[in-house]
Design a protein around this ligand. Structure first.
Ligand code: GRF
Length: 184
């Protein structure tokens, strides 16, 4: 089962995944995304191009689909990919795209799941891995975990606990979906 990881920025989830699973390639929608440095250090092939370099989002996604087809990718793993998946990519790959979200969906969807949960003063939030559909963080949940907010937390310590849970949950889900771990 061949996976590609899509990210827009930092790429810490990509790093955790690539340390444990063979990643066919990383795609970044920003040419200066830090995830590209992580990939080079790990010897993972990279592609990067930006929506603004295309005439339309359709053309941009068609270029992505061409990469997925070229590499015969079975599963697209979104990890901090900040674009909504549009109709062309969904038509080609729906049911084969997963995403990780730093909250317990359907609580706190959108781009600021950690901050929104923090500001709402919740006693617990969580992490969710879900199938991607045409909505924003609305696809069917695959697996989710609760993450407590502790009385002594700052937003930084709360955020770090959320990320630590992401680093556990995403590899566990990949394994359950049948992605084989690296052999040393
Ligand atoms: C993660 O919190 C993920 O849940 C969200 O974006 C963040 C990406 O972080 N979708 P990183 O790029 O993997 O460090």
């Amino acid at each position: 089962m061949k996976i590609a990881v899509f990210a827009s920025g930092n790429g810490s989830n990509f790093q955790v995944i690539a340390e444990q699973f063979p990643v066919e390639f990383v795609f970044a929608d920003h040419r200066d995304a830090y995830v590209l440095k992580r990939a080079k250090n790990l010897g993972v092939q990279t592609y990067a191009f930006e929506l603004k370099e295309f005439d339309s989002k359709q053309a941009y996604e068609e270029a992505i689909i061409a990469l997925l087809n070229k590499h015969a990718i079975d599963l697209v793993v979104l990890a901090g990919y900040m674009k909504i998946v549009g109709p062309p990519l969904l038509a080609a790959y729906e049911g084969r795209i997963i995403n990780i979200h730093p909250a317990y969906l359907p609580e706190f969807p959108g781009a600021h799941g950690i901050e929104d949960a923090w500001k709402a003063g919740v006693a617990e939030s969580g992490v969710t891995v879900h199938w991607v559909d045409s909505g924003v963080d609305t696809g069917q949940v695959i697996k989710q975990v609760r993450v407590p907010r502790l009385a002594e937390d700052t937003i930084e310590s709360f955020e770090a606990r959320i990320h630590d849970n992401e680093y556990q949950l995403y590899p566990a889900v990949l394994e359950n979906l049948g992605v084989e771990r690296k052999v040393d």
